[in-house]
Write a protein of this length. Sequence first.
Length: 286
Amino acid sequence: MSDTAIRITDFYFAYLNSDLVLKDINLEIQKGSFTAIAGPSGAGKTTLCKAMTGIVPHYYGGRYHGSVEVLGEDIRGRKISEIAMRVGIMMDDYESQMVSLTAGEEIAFGLLNHGFSPEEVDKRVSQALADVGLPGRENYQLDELSGGQRQRLLLASVLACRPEVLILDEPVSALDPDGARSLYALLYKIYQQHRMTVVVEHDLNYLLPYMTDLVLISGGEARVQGRFEAAARAAFAQEDLRENLPELWLVKLGLEEKYQVRLGSWRTEEEAEKELLQKFQGGGKA
Ligand SMILES: Nc1ncnc2c1ncn2[C@@H]1O[C@H](COP(=O)(O)OP(=O)(O)OP(=O)(O)O)[C@@H](O)[C@H]1O
Ligand SMILES: [Mg+2]
C-alpha cells in the first residue's frame, strides 16, 4: 500500500479565460497527514484544492496537463460524485452548499444521492451529528442553528460520506477568531479519531498547533512542501515566502538565526513563552 493519499504530477491548469493558474505542480500529500496549504491571495490554493477532487478541470473546463492520483487511482475520467465518496471537500462559501430545511435532511441529501439504504442513512446522520458536537439535532431547522453550528453541520455532511481524505478550503472564513479556533480544535479531534488525511487551506497561525505537513503555493507553483518543521525552515530561507509562516515561527526562526541557538518546535504561545523565559531571562543580552 502506498503512503500517498494524493499525488499530483506535472500538473498545469488554466481556466477557460485565464492564464496558467497552476504551473508544474508536483505534490504528494501523505496518508494520515494533517497538511496545511498556505500562500498569498490569488496564488492558486483554491484551484489546487479543487484539482484534488476533480472539480478542476471536470466541472470548470479549461486546459490542463499532467495527472492527479487519489488513493492510488488516476482520477481522469472519473465522476466527481464518485471521487467525493473518498475525498470530501468543504469550501469557503459553505452557506451556498446548503440545500435542505433540517439538519438531518442536509446530511442525508448527499447520502441518498449515493444510494445508501434509509437505515444506513439514519445511522450515518446521527453519527456525523455526534462527531461535530451536534448530537440529536436531526430535526433542527437550519435557521435555528448559529453560523458556527451551520458550519459544523456542513462538516458533518461531508463526514457522513466517510471520506478517507478531507479537504477544507478556508473553512472558517465566516467565523470570528474564537469560532475559528474552536472549529479547528474540533477538526483535529475528528482527524485523530478517524485517522483520516486532512488538507486545510488557511492562515497558518490557526493551524500551527495541528499541522504535520506544509505546502506553500505562490504564483501557481508549489514552492515548498514537506514535514512542517523542514518546510518552515525552507520557507524562512526565501524572503518572499516568509510572510506566510505563523508569527510564532517567524520569531523562533529569527531568534535562531540572530543568536545561533536552536529552539524547540513551538506549537503554542505557551510553549514559546516557557522556553524564552528559561533561555533568555537574565542571561543572553540582546
Ligand atoms: N473560475 C475562474 N475563472 C477564471 N480565473 C479564475 C477562476 N477562479 C480563479 N481564477 C483565477 O485563478 C487564480 C488563482 O485563484 P485561486 O482562487 O485558486 O487563488 P487562491 O490562492 O485560493 O486565492 P485566495 O487566497 O484569495 O483565496 C487567480 O488569478 C484567480 O483570479
Ligand atoms: Mg482561495
